[in-house]
Design a protein around this ligand. Sequence first.
Ligand code: ADP
Ligand code: MG
Length: 851
Amino acid sequence: MQTTPVIQQYLDIKANHQDSLLFFRMGDFYELFFSDAEIASDALNIILTKRGQHKGKDIPMCGVPFHSAESYIKKLLDENIKVAICEQLETPQEAKKRGYKAIVKRDVVRIITPGTKLEESFLIQKENNILMAIFFFDNVWSSCWIDISTGLFKSSITDESQLLSIIDQISPNETISYKNSKELNTLTLSPINVTWLEKKKDFSRDTLIDFLSPFFDPGCLQKLNTSLLGSICLIVEYLQKNKNLFLEHYNIPEQIELSHIMSIDPSTRKNLEINSSLDGEKNLSLLGVVDKTCSLPGSRLLKRRLNAPSTQKDQILKWQRKVTEFYYNFQTTEQIRTLIGKFPDTERALSRLIRLGPNPKDLLSIKKGFSIFFKLKEEIKLFKENSISLEKVSEDKIKNVLDELVLAIEEEPPLTTKEGGFIKENFSDQLHKIKLIEKKANSNLLELQKIYSEKTGIKSLKLKYNNVLGYFFEAPISHKNKLLEDNEFFHRQTTANTIRIKSISLDQLEKTALNARNDALELEIKILEELHKKVLNISKDILFLSRKVSSLDVCSTLGYIAKLYGWCCPLVDDSKDFIVKDGRHSVIEKTISNKSLNSFVPNDCSLSSNEHLWLITGPNMAGKSTFLRQNAHIIILAQIGSYVPAKKAKIGIANKLFSRIGASDNISKGQSTFMVEMLETSNIIKNANEKSFVILDEIGRGTSTFDGLAIAWAIIERLLRNNKSRTLFATHYHELTELENENSKIRNVSCEIKEWKDEIIYSYKVIDGKSKGSLGIKVAELAGFPKDVTKHANALLRKFQEKEGNSSVVLEEDLEKEGLLKIKGDLESIDLDTITPLDALNILFRLKNDI
Ligand code: ADP
Ligand code: MG
C-alpha cells in the first residue's frame, strides 16, 4: 500500500526532529505516530491505537486534545522528553483552493524542552528555569546560562574544579554541550544530564563572531574570549533550532567573576540544607526560613543570592545598608511589603509576550507592575539607600505605556481573545461606535423576540444562537403547525422536541449584529497588537524595573525577618575572624518553637588566625552538628548582606565554604559511604585556604576506629599547618583532644551534658575543654538496651581503655624527624673513597624517592 500524503508529510517533518516527540496537529487533536506514539502512550498513560499502514505494517498512533495538551506536555517535560509542536499553517478551505487533493500545510512552530519552557503551568513559580551551555576551548571552560522565562542571561569562565560547583550553584534544568571529547569525558562523569550537539564544522573565533554579530553588539563580542563566545554560540544555536530565539531583547550575557562569589561545593550545599533539608523538605531549609519575600521575582532573586554569597566587602556592605534601612523603619517596611505583594510576575509575563505573542492577561500584569512600581517609588522616596528610580527617559517611556494600558485594557479580561471584550470600549471612538451598533442590534433582537412571542401567543418562544444556524427562534414542537402557517417565518430545523425558525427581519438584524461583533473583535485585536508592540519596545526597561522591585523585595524581606526573628547586624570585614555571640540555628530554632519544646540554646564561637580550629567533642545528640551548621549558615547570611541569628557577630569574609557532615549514602552511584567521605575530604584539603571556612563532622567514622582516628588526626594537622582555614571539627575521637597541647591554634570545646541520677541531661551549651567521655553506652541505656548487655559493654570498655593506655600516638612532626634521621644514617654509611659514580647516582635517586 502507498504512503498517504499526510503520513508522508509527517515523515518529512519528523525527519528533522528526531530527538523530540512530534505533536502533529490534526484538527482539534495533536496526534503522534510510530515510535513517538508508543513512547507517549506509555509516558502519558493514554491508549495506543493504529491508523492506516506504512510499508505493510500498522502505524501505531495516539493523540491528545488540543485544548488540554498543556497538561500532557508538562508530564513529558517532567520526564525530560522534548516536544515539537507542529501546527496547521492554513485552514482546510485555504488548502482546497490550491487544488482538490492539496493537504493542509503544517510545520513545527516551537520545540519545548525542559530548559525552554514558558507556560505558567510548566514552570515552578519560585525558581528560575535555566538552560546552560558548557564549552571547553583553549584550556578554558566557559558556561553561559539563560532563563528565557525571565530574561536572566549570564556567563562565566572557570577551571575544571569550579565548573561542577557553578553547575551546582545554578542547577540548570537543561544542559547542552558540543560533542567534543573533553566535554564528553568530563560531563558524563558529573551528575547532570547533557544534550549533546554536533560541533560547528568551520569552528574559529571569526566564524563565532560572524554568527553572533546579528544578535549582539559586535564591539562587545570582540572583547570576549573565544571559549565564552563558544558557549554563547551554543545557546543561540539551540534557541534558534527550537524556534525560541528573540534575542533582540537581550544584551550580551553578564560575565560573573567567580572569585566574587563564595564558592560552595555541591556536597556542602546539600549538607548545609540551604535549599532543602536532606529529606527534601523545602520549609526546613535555610531558604525556607529566610524566604518571606512577597513577589515571585523577589523569591527567585533571593534563592539566587543565597546560593551565591558575595566575597566583596563593598557589595556586602551595600546590601547590608539597604537591609538596615528597612530594619529601622519597620512600619514603612510592612507597607512596602503589602505593595510588593501585589506586584505581578512581570518578568514571566514579558517573556510570554515576547515569545508567544499578544495576550490581554500578560499586558494587564505589565500594567499592574508599572503602577505598583510608581507607588513603591513614592512610598520610599525618603529612603536613602533603597531608591528604585530608573533613568528619567526610561521612566517617561514606561509612564506613557502605562497611561495607554490603563485606558485600554479591561481590568478582568476574558481568558482568550476569541470573543473580544478585553479592550475598554471607550479607548477608541471607532470601537465605541461599533459597540453601539452591536448593542443596538442585540437589543433589537430581543425586541423582535418579544414581538413574535406576542404575535403568535407562544410565551416560550426563545431567541437562540449556534454556529450552524446563526440566530434563530425556537419553540416546543407542539407549536409547529402554528408557526409554519405564518408566512413571516420559514422553517430551519426540527429536533425531537423543538422547532426552529427564522424570518427576514431576523436575518437582517443578525447580519448587523454579527458584522458589528466581527468588526469589534478585529479592532480589539488590532489595538492589542499595537499595545503589545509598544510594550516590547521597552522590554529592557521593563526587565530593569522588575529587577529593581525584586531587589527591593529581597532587602525589605531581610530587614523584616531580622526584626521578626531578633537577628543582629554582623560586622563584616576582610579579617580572618569569626566571632559570634549567642549564635542560633534558625531552622532548628523554628522547629523547636513550633513544637513548643524547650527553647533553643544559643552558643558562642570564636575563631581567628591565632586560634582557627575548634575541636568539638561530646556524646551523641548533644548538639555538635547543630553548632557546626549554625555557624556555616551565619557566614552565608552575613555574606548576602543579611542580619544573622546571633546577639553580636564579627565576620571576616570567607572565599570558600566547605563541609563534610554525617554519613550520607551515595550507594546508587556505586561509591561506599566511606569513599564519598574521603573524596569530599580530599577536596577540602586540596582547595581550602586561610580565607576559607571549613566544617567537618565526625570524619573517619566510616572505617575501623584506629584507621578513622589516624585519618582524622592527619587531616587536622594538615588543616592547622597548610590550609590554615577557620575550621570547626566535631568528633567522637577523644584522643584528638591531645592535639591542643601540641598546637596553640587549636582549642578543645565540648557540648555540655550533665549526669543526674543515672540520667543524661543535655544542656546544648558549648563549653571550654574536652568532653568527659562519649557516653555511648549511656545513650544505649537510654534507648532501652537490656541491663546485662550494657553491663557487659561497660566491662569491655574498661578493658579496651586499659590496653589503649600503653599505645602512644604518632605526630606528623615525629614522622618527619624519623625520615630525616634515616637519610642521615644512609649518608653516613657511604664510603666516598670507594663509591662509583653510578652507585652515587643510584643512592641519590633512592634518597630523593624516600623524601
Ligand atoms: P550531635 O551532632 O551532637 O549528635 P545534633 O546537633 O544532631 O547532635 O543535635 C541533636 C538534637 O538536639 C537536634 O536535633 C536538636 O533537636 C537538639 N539541639 C541541638 N542543639 C541544640 C540547641 N543549641 N538548643 C536546643 N536544642 C538543640
Ligand atoms: Mg552529629
